[in-house]
Structures are given as C-alpha cells and as structure tokens.
Design a protein around this ligand. Structure first.
Ligand code: IVH
Length: 669
C-alpha cells in the first residue's frame, strides 16, 4: 500500500518536475495551466493521505518554510566578486589587449563567452547530495545571507537534480531577475493597495528575495539564470566556461540562451552592438554584456585585482536617459478615480524611441523632485511602460521662468470633487459616475485575468462610452447584436464573437467577479481571499469591517475599501444587475468543522509533515483561528523543530504548547 503510494507519488512528482522544467526553464510548456494544476492537486491529495512520506524536493514543498526571523549570515565558498566595467569600444579593446598580453599565448588563442548582463541580483546555491541545500545572497561578497526558504519558491531553481554531468555536491551561481511584465503588474497592485511602487525590476527582485515571508515571494514570479558551476569548495568544475553553462542547462538549470562563444574582440563587439539594438525585445532588463575568458585555466592565471577578476569585464550600456523640458503637467484619471500628474515633454529621443510623456506619480513625487512646469529635467526609460522624470536640472532653467503645479480641485474629466485622504499620497475624484472611471472600470472588468472578454479592448470601450451603449459594467450584459451592429466598423461576425465572449464571462468564478468590480484596494489576490473566506457575494456585502479583517491578508485599509464600495447604494444596484444577468455570485465556500471552534493557534518552527500553510488550513477547516503572534488570547502554540522566539513567549505566558501529533488528535486525523 505504502509502496504503491510512493510509486504513484514519485511518478506524479517526476511528471510535475518535467512540466515545471518545460514551463519555467525552457519557456516551452506542453500542457495547459489547468492540466498542470490538476497534476499538482492530485499529488497534494496523495500526500495529504500520507504526510509522513512527503519528500523535501517534492514540487509541493516549494513554500513551506517558516517566515524568517532575520537572515543568517553564511561565509561564501569563494568570494562573490563584482566586475570591472567598460563603457566604450576603446575600453573594451584595451581590456582584450591586456588579456592577450598577460596570457602570453599570442593573439588568436583566447576565446571569450559573451553573456547578457542581467539586471538583478546574484545568488549562490549550494547543492548537497543533489538536493538544494542553501541559497545565499551576495552580501558583502565574503559573507552572504541565507535566503533558502525564499529561493525554494523560485520555479526555475531545481529542488533536486538527476545524475548528469555535475557531482552530487556542487555550487551554482547566477542572477535572479523579475520579468518586466511581472514587475509592472506588481507595481500596479501595490499602487492599488496604497503601497509605494518599486523603482525598477532589480529593486523589486532584491526586495522580494529579502522578504521575510516566503508566501509573498512565491507569488512573485522571479526567474533564476545560472552562470557558474563550482565544486562545493568553490573550485572550477570544468576546463571551459562554456561547458559549465552547457552542463548546467543539461542538469535542468535555466541558462540564458543568448550566449555566444567569440574568437575575436570584433565578434564580441558585434554581440554588444546587436543587443544594444535588441534589448527592448527581451522580457527582462539587461544593462550590458558580460565578457568572460572561456578557459578556466587562463582565468586562474589571470587572477584578480582587488575586487574584480581580470578574466571578465562588463560592457555597460548607457542609461536610457535624456534631457528635455516640461512643457505642461496634465492630469489623468484612473479607474479608482486616482489623479495622476503626467509631464508633457518637449519630445526627446531616448534609446530609439521618441518620448513625449513621463509620469510624475503623485504630489509627493512632484514635491520630492521639486519639479515645476518649465523645468529642464532628466527623463529615464526603465522597466516601466511610462518613462519617468528622475531629476531636475537646476542650471538649465527655462528662459521664460517656471510655474508651480497644483492638483486641480475639480476632476478634469467630470468636474467632480477631488479629495486627498489623509495619510495617502493620492488625490481622487469622488464622483462615482465620473465617465473616466466608468470607462476604465469597464476596460478593467473585460480585461485578461478578470473576465477575459476577448475583443473588448480600448477602442471598443471608447466607442461604447461615446455612443452610450455601455456606461457601466452591468450594461455589458444588456448588449444585443442589433445594438452592436449600429457601431461603426462592427461586422456581424465580430458582433457574434463578442456576444459569445460575453456569455462565457457569466460563468467566471466568484473571485473574478469580485476582482472585476474594481473595489479600491482589492486586487486579484485579495479578491481570491475574500471569495474563499465568504463564499458568496451576499456574505461579502453583509460583512462589517471587523469580519472583513478576520480574513488573512485583509487590513484596515482593504476593509475600508470594501465597506466604502458596498455602502454606496449605486454599487449595490450594480451588483444586483450583474446577479440578474446570471453572473456567478457564489463560490465554493470552505466547509468548516467545529472541533476547534473559538480556539486560537500560533504556529512556530518546522512541522514534521505539514507546511505551515497546510497546518493553518487544517486548523481553520476545523473552525479554529491562526494568529501570527503569541498573546494571552492564544490557546495553543503548535511547535515544530527549530521553533522561534514564539515558543519562549508561549512559555512565558504559560500558553499550552502542542506538537503536530497532538493537533492531529484534536482534529481526529
Ligand atoms: S559574472 C566574478 N555574469 O553583474 C564574476 N555577472 O557587475 C561576477 N550579472 O555581481 C559575475 N549578469 O550580479 C556575471 N551573465 C552574468 C551576469 C552577471 C548579471 C551581475 C552580477 C554581478 C554584477 C557585476
């Protein structure tokens, strides 16, 4: 029986690893997301039956560690150095000349490997007995920080590897990056939640990897590209750097495919020029090209100067920035009514495109920069879609003087009242019927990831608004073919396709409907939590602030956003119209038992068979509550191995401490 379980589970794990590799490492998925989820769910179900047999490298175990209480400092096997930079062709050629002189080998024999210089942060991963044992940040180069629990959540990092080309114990180094699209999505969500935006994908990758909450890391799609393989002691494993890269790829690591073996510095220069042209097409940011001597023996001979190797150099691309003048500051109204100041610039060429707009985010940002209309500024194109103003050039003031910008007191779209809630950076239009808001909420509702109504993009929504056909999200479900055909450039076929898409949207799950309402502070993830917790739109609408805050991850701001929304009778009417149209108003509510009713638990340490999330779910499903810190109100502290300070606190407050087995008995497992 248990043998059978093991075989079944291992077969599933292998299948899941294979598809993870195809998706996250090779970017070539062969099955749909739903099919993949189905495999994972099957494995989870099996493992739930035999929790004692879960292996640490099971794909279900990527999140499971406890939140770190600070990071442990660990010395590196060999220093993690940085690179010297070259900023021009001449500097590159100088470096090449020095390499040849020092090599003493005569020209023509030195080979180089060119790689993209990924704009992220470097990590060292230790594998022991073919299993991921440790993940370290660079730290100060000599001593790194142990971020293993976070690294485990990165899907392009294999948790275990097969026997092939690499010894059982080894070290991999590489760069962790956040793809630009994920960075933008994350920033939009942060903005919606009233949090500060990250400045660029690099900062958000760095911020994420140093988050103390592995659950949060797991939700952010980081990618890890490997570029070095060493022995466990930090010695070279291969004679050629190129072979190390091939071996890493063969063992299941993600190695950047845009690498090139070059025999001359001219070839290197061609690679540099090629990527300067093509870097915009990459889904992540690069800031240059790294050139490495291919032969590891020659690398050792060349050695290091201070902090950088002589055998490698980073050719850095110039920052994509330009100088121009702010001709005006306009105000844009967003879906949530947020007013965003946007600088209208005298058009300037930056890295191949003409830039005439740059975001200024909000009044705080305008004050921080000290920017006025008429100022000369530096504008940078980074990971964000919209370029940004990075600083004012004080010595280049506009000859006709400058003018201070004030946020308008009335909404530029509808003339509605503009308010700035205390403590918030943003100004908002409070008119619920503001046409800009309405237009954008319809667009949000129809967009991918929400209702997925294909074909309902910017242009059509604009047409809908102009003709009055769709003024709010409920109007979408009243559209008829006849009405659609009155629109310009709308043919019978497209009209029918659209209506099909709209009909399909009616069966979208509850969390999508909640997300689609465009409630302030409620992003995709929060919508999901709310749907899961309340199980129906009616219960959500009836929930008071306190009940809302019982939902994990919902704080006072989100609760206020939800209440604000449903306290507005117009919004309640809107929901009623959606209900009449046949949209999903109920989810699969989690059935809760009563065995642990009214009992509050705190979990600390690593449990033998459950992850913390799983334990939490078990407790909640039995009617109990899980809290993050021990207080007099705590009934039990569930402790595993390596418990944190919470255990001391429990003892101090004389709270009963139980282990996993005791919990299982209490629930009747
Ligand atoms: S090799 C001693 N290769 O750039 C060798 N680094 O400016 C150092 N980086 O700290 C690293 N892409 O974080 C190497 N293909 C690549 C890289 C890369 C990005 C980063 C890395 C390093 C920094 C040095």
């Amino acid at each position: 029986m248990s043998k059978n379980f093991q075989q079944q589970a291992e077969a599933l794990r292998e299948k899941i690893r294979h598809h993870e590799h195809l998706y996250y490492v090779l970017d070539a998925p062969q099955i749909s997301d739903a099919e993949f989820d189905e495999l994972v769910n099957r494995l989870k179900a099996l493992e739930n039956e035999h929790p004692e047999m879960v292996t640490p490298d099971s794909p279900t175990q990527r999140v499971g560690g406890r939140p770190a209480e600070g990071f442990q400092k660990v010395p590196h096997s060999r220093s993690m150095l940085s690179l010297d930079n070259a900023y021009s062709e001449a500097e590159l050629r100088d470096w090449d000349r020095r390499v040849h002189e020092l090599a003493g080998d005569g020209a023509g024999k030195v080979e180089y490997v060119c790689e993209l210089k990924l704009d992220g942060l470097s990590l060292a991963l230790w594998y022991r007995k073919r299993m991921l044992a440790r993940g370290l940040t660079r730290g100060d180069g000599a001593i790194g920080e142990d971020v293993t629990t976070n690294v485990r959540t990165i899907r392009s990092v294999p948790l275990s590897i097969k026997k092939n080309g690499l010894p059982a114990d080894f070290e991999v180094r590489g760069e962790v990056v956040m793809p630009i699209a994920a960075f933008q999505k994350m920033n939009d969500e942060r903005e919606e939640q009233g949090l500060a935006r990250f400045a660029n994908p690099r900062n958000s990758a760095a911020g994420t990897i140093r988050t103390l909450e592995p659950n949060i890391v797991a939700q952010r799609p980081l990618m890890f590209f490997s570029y070095f393989a060493y022995t466990a002691d930090g010695a070279d494993l291969f004679d050629k750097h190129w072979d190390a890269l091939e071996a890493l790829a063969g063992a299941g690591f993600k190695v950047n495919p845009n690498r090139k073996l070059c025999k001359t510095v001219d070839q290197v220069w061609a690679v540099i020029q090629q990527w300067e042209e093509e870097r915009d097409a990459l889904p992540y940011e690069i800031d240059g090209i790294v050139i490495k001597v291919n032969a590891t023996r020659l690398q050792r001979e060349l050695g290091f100067t201070g902090k950088a190797p002589r055998w490698a150099i980073a050719y850095k691309y110039a920052a994509r920035a330009g100088e121009t003048v702010i001709e005006d500051i306009l105000v844009q109204v967003g879906r949530t009514g947020k007013l965003t100041p946007v600088a209208a610039l005298k058009p300037v060429h930056i890295g191949g495109t003409t830039v005439s707009r740059a975001t200024l985010h909000n009044m705080d940002e305008i004050e921080r920069l000290g920017v006025k209309i008429g100022d000369w500024v530096v504008v940078e194109r980074g990971g964000d879609v919209i370029p940004k103003v990075v600083r004012v050039l004080d010595d280049k003031k506009h000859p006709r003087g400058t003018k201070k910008f004030h946020m308008p007191a009335k909404c530029p779209e509808c003339g509605g009242h503009v308010v700035r809630v205390e403590g918030e950076a943003d100004h908002r239009c409070v008119n619920a019927a503001c046409p800009a808001k309405a237009r954008l909420s319809v667009l949000h509702f129809a967009s991918r990831g929400v209702m997925n109504i294909e074909g309902m993009g910017d242009a059509l929504v604009e047409q809908f608004a102009a003709t009055g056909l769709v003024k709010d999200i409920a109007d979408i479900f009243d559209i008829s073919e006849d009405k659609l055909l009155t629109l310009e450039r709308m043919g019978k076929k497209s009209a029918q396709n659209l209506l099909e898409q709209i009909a399909k949207a009616k069966s979208a799950p509850l969390e999508r409907v909640i997300f689609g309402l465009g409630i302030r502070m409620v992003g995709e993830r929060t919508a999901q939590l709310l749907a899961e917790h309340f199980g129906s739109m009616d219960k959500l609408m009836a929930a008071g602030t306190e009940q809302l805050m019982e939902v994990e991850g919902v704080g006072p701001n989100v609760a206020a956003g939800v209440r604000e929304f449903f306290d507005e009778p117009k919004n309640v009417k809107l929901v009623e119209r959606l209900r009449k149209a046949g949209l999903t108003m109920k989810g699969e509510a989690r059935k809760r038992g009563t065995k642990l009713a009214d009992k509050t638990f705190v979990i600390t340490g690593t449990l033998p068979s459950y992850s913390r999330d799983e334990a939490k779910r078990l407790i909640e499903d039995a009617g109990g509550k899980v809290s993050g810190s021990v207080s007099k109100k705590t009934d039990y502290v569930l402790a595993g191995s390596d418990p944190g300070s919470k255990l001391d606190k429990a003892r101090e407050l004389k709270v009963e401490v139980i282990d996993e087995a005791a919990l299982k008995r209490m629930i009747g497992l």
